[in-house]
Each structure stands twice: as structure tokens, then as C-alpha cells.
Design a protein around this ligand. Structure first.
Ligand code: SF4
Ligand code: SF4
Length: 411
């Protein structure tokens, strides 16, 4: 089975040691233009603010039937409503907002007879998205109630070794997260609550963990699935919710919509990795500017490494639930090390090629034709390059070896 290190397609030798930030959250200035995703708003009647409309901060922009409501993170006027690609959302309608005017938010009273009803209404009306799944929180609450969970956990487990947005929210908004957890548990019927963390987060949060029951997950991917399986085997039906969504639920009970997210911006392409609070739909460039992006940075990866998306356009709007943005230097400009003989390239090659051997062979004075016997079968999947911790361009070398073999020029 591949380890998390092997699974990450973006690595190109990027070192995977835990690099969690222990910093707090920095709020970025609101950019002049926001492009707010309106997921699920395919029918025109669900898009409530058309082109040219003036909107107040917190005003509902779309009210789709099966997705989260979208709110304006700032006051302004809608320049365009268009269909475009948003990382982690796919092709969706968006509202491009020129930010201007009063930025006072109008809190909306929460409706409902019982606390459970108010919790569900608050989650739905505030447009809260569970950052762990990308789904609307009210749907997650329904799902957990149907599953009759007895233990509800705020999930502090990060997917990536450099992602620390969940830790930052737990550290800075611990009380709000616990209040949201209490409300969510009351709705789901869960008798117990707690925090789910794995050892790296425990170390990163030492001294600043909110007081709660702790459920430890293993330090290997997929830690959340391992934890739920262990609890299930012990007879406990448990559920996980993201700390951002839970903190937003506590705020939603005061009538505040969720308009901002927290994301970790990390990688060797930025000078100052940070946890940033950003308005939904802020362009990637505005987040990168807060972290001192390097000129040579050319690979932007939005979302956790196993589920995220590569983007090339710095104007790409970032959705609320992004959680992690990795910025890497162009592979050509990154440091390469010598082969350490770990064998990962060979273990992932679907064609049974030994890329490390090809690499060594190409760096000798004379290429040994015997070693190039099966290079022709390379399918160019680049799995070998992706897993090489030394950053060696193995798939390109195998392709070169195939060309050498074809030409017969082994000197
Ligand atoms: S690029 Fe070629 S050598 Fe590398 S893993 Fe894929 S098939 Fe194997
Ligand atoms: S080329 Fe060497 S360092 Fe890179 S994956 Fe293969 S064996 Fe490991």
C-alpha cells in the first residue's frame, strides 16, 4: 500500500516532514474584487443578485435547493454573474463583486421553535460549509443524526504535513468550536463530544488545546478513517466535523453568515508561510501577496494534497473550504539531490521499470543497453517522478533512455 508520501502527486521530491505552523491567523485585507462561487445555483431563480445589483455585506447571493447558501463577504455591486471553474467546486455559477460602500454586516435573527430547529436553521441560513467534506453543514448534521452517532468530534486532523488551518482555528477559536460542537451534538443526539487529533497536531497544539475529551488518530494517512474504524470496532458510532464549520455554527446562532475561511499557505514558493483568514472568493494572488510569493513559484495547489487541484491562474477565486494552498517553485529550479536508493520509483512503476537504474545508467560514460531493455514500455505516467524524495526527473530520463535505445546511440 502506498504511504501518504507516495500518494502526493505534487511532491517532485518535496520533503514530507511535519512542518506545521504554530502561528496564529492573519486576516488579509479585503481585495477590490471577489468572485464568489454559487454552487448548486444552476436555476436562474436561485441566483438572487443579478448583474448591476448592489449588495450589503452578508446579503444572500444564491439560495440553491441542495447546496449551501452563498453570502456576500463584503458590500459592493455585482459586476458579472458567470459560469467558471473554481477549485474544489468544479464548473459553477459565480458572482463577481466590486467591493465598495459600508462594510457593516446585518445580523439576521435565527428562526425556530426548539434548539434543534434553530441549530439546523442557523447552519442552513448562514451557508456554512463543512471544510472537511466541502458539503453544507446542515446536510452533514442530518447525515450524522440519521447514523445515530453517539460521539461527535471536532476534527483537528490535518491531511498534509504542512497544513495547519484546523490547528490554528482550534488554538484561536477553541471556545467557539466547542460551543458549535455542543450545538451540533444536541441536534445529532450525540451524548459525548471531543476533539480528534493525531500526534503532530497534539505537538503543535501543546498548551493551547481547548479542554475536551481527546481521541487520538494515528499519524498516517488516512488518519480520520483509521480513527473512525477504531471507534466503530469499539462499539462507538462517531462523527467528525470541521472546526471552522463548528465555529461558524456558534456565530450563526447570533445571526452571522459564514463569509470567511481559514487556509494555510505553504511551500518553498512563499517566503512567509501563514494561516490566513480570507473572504470567500478572494483571488489566489491576494493570499499569495500576504505570504511573499517568490517570482519563480509556478505550481499552486489548492486544497489538501490528495483531493486538491492544481491551478495556474493567480486570479483563481479561492472557496471557503480550501484549507490548504501549496506553492512550489518550478521543478526545474528546485534543488535536486542524489539518489538515496529508497526504491520508491520502482515500487510505484506500473510497468516494472527500475527508474533509479535508468537514472544511474544515463549518468555513466557509456549507457549499458542491457539496462534499457524495457524502457520502451514506459507509459509516461510520471508516478516515479512524483514519489522520488530526491526530486529527480525520472520519467523524463526514462523517456530519454527510450529514445537512446531506439536510436541505438549508447555513447
Ligand atoms: S513514467 Fe514510466 S518509468 Fe515512471 S512510473 Fe510511469 S511507467 Fe514507470
Ligand atoms: S531515484 Fe533513487 S531516490 Fe528517487 S525514488 Fe528512485 S530509488 Fe528513491
Amino acid at each position: 500500500m502506498l504511504s501518504a508520501q507516495d500518494l502526493l502527486p505534487l511532491l517532485h521530491g518535496y520533503q514530507m516532514e511535519s512542518r506545521r505552523l504554530r502561528d496564529g491567523i492573519t486576516e488579509i485585507p479585503t481585495p477590490d474584487t471577489l468572485t464568489i462561487p454559487l454552487p448548486g445555483a444552476e436555476e436562474s431563480y436561485t441566483r438572487l443578485a443579478g448583474e448591476g445589483a448592489e449588495v450589503a455585506k452578508g446579503q444572500v447571493l444564491s439560495a440553491p435547493k441542495y447546496a449551501a447558501l452563498a453570502h456576500a463577504p463584503a458590500a459592493g455591486f455585482v459586476e458579472a454573474v458567470e459560469f467558471r471553474e473554481i477549485p474544489s467546486c468544479g464548473q459553477v455559477w459565480t458572482a463577481r463583486l466590486r467591493v465598495e460602500g459600508s462594510q457593516a454586516v446585518q445580523a439576521r435573527p435565527v428562526r425556530g421553535e426548539t434548539e434543534a430547529e434553530r441549530v439546523l436553521r442557523a447552519a442552513a441560513d448562514a451557508g456554512i460549509v463543512d471544510e472537511m467534506t466541502g458539503r453544507p453543514l446542515y446536510q452533514e448534521l442530518y447525515r450524522l443524526r440519521r447514523r445515530e452517532v453517539s460521539l461527535l468530534l471536532a476534527c483537528g486532523i490535518e491531511d498534509d504535513p504542512w497544513c495547519s488551518s484546523a490547528c490554528a482555528v482550534l488554538r484561536e477559536q477553541g471556545e467557539q468550536v466547542l460551543e458549535g460542537l455542543r450545538l451540533a451534538a444536541a441536534f445529532c443526539g450525540a451524548k459525548e463530544t471531543g476533539l480528534a487529533v493525531s500526534p503532530p497536531e497534539l505537538r503543535a497544539l501543546r498548551g493551547s488545546l481547548p479542554a475536551a475529551r481527546i481521541e487520538r488518530a494515528p499519524a498516517r494517512y488516512p488518519a480520520r478513517a483509521f480513527l473512525l474504524r477504531r471507534l466503530r470496532a469499539a462499539g462507538t458510532a462517531a462523527g467528525l466535523l470541521g472546526p471552522q464549520a463548528l465555529a461558524a455554527l456558534a456565530a450563526a446562532m447570533q445571526g452571522e453568515p459564514q463569509t470567511h475561511g481559514v487556509v494555510t499557505v505553504f511551500g518553498d514558493g512563499v517566503r512567509t508561510p501563514r494561516n490566513l483568514r480570507f473572504p470567500c472568493g478572494a483571488p489566489l494572488s491576494s493570499l499569495l501577496a500576504s505570504c511573499g510569493v517568490r517570482e519563480e513559484a509556478s505550481l499552486f495547489y489548492v486544497g489538501p494534497a490528495c483531493q486538491g487541484h492544481t491551478v495556474t491562474d493567480p486570479d483563481t477565486p479561492i472557496p471557503l473550504h480550501a484549507r490548504c494552498i501549496t506553492v512550489l517553485l518550478h521543478p526545474q529550479k528546485r534543488r535536486r539531490m542524489t539518489c538515496i536508493g529508497c526504491g520508491r520509483c520502482a515500487s510505484v512503476c506500473p510497468q516494472g521499470i527500475l527508474p533509479w537504474q535508468i537514472h544511474e545508467s544515463l549518468h555513466r560514460e557509456k549507457v549499458d543497453p542491457f539496462l534499457l531493455l524495457n524502457v520502451q514500455s514506459c507509459i509516461g505516467c510520471a508516478a516515479c517522478t512524483a514519489v522520488c524524495p530526491s526530486g529527480l526527473p525520472l520519467s523524463a530520463e526514462v523517456a530519454r533512455a527510450a529514445a537512446i535505445r531506439k536510436s541505438g546511440d549508447f555513447f
